[in-house]
Design a protein. Structure first.
Length: 23
């Protein structure tokens, strides 16, 4: 599964702390 910033752009950031929403 690829990381989708459109579906996990605010849940992933809190789940693991990804940088989808933040540049």
């Amino acid at each position: 599964m690829k990381y989708n910033p459109e579906k996990h752009h605010r849940r992933s950031i809190r789940l693991k702390g990804y940088d989808y929403s933040q540049p």
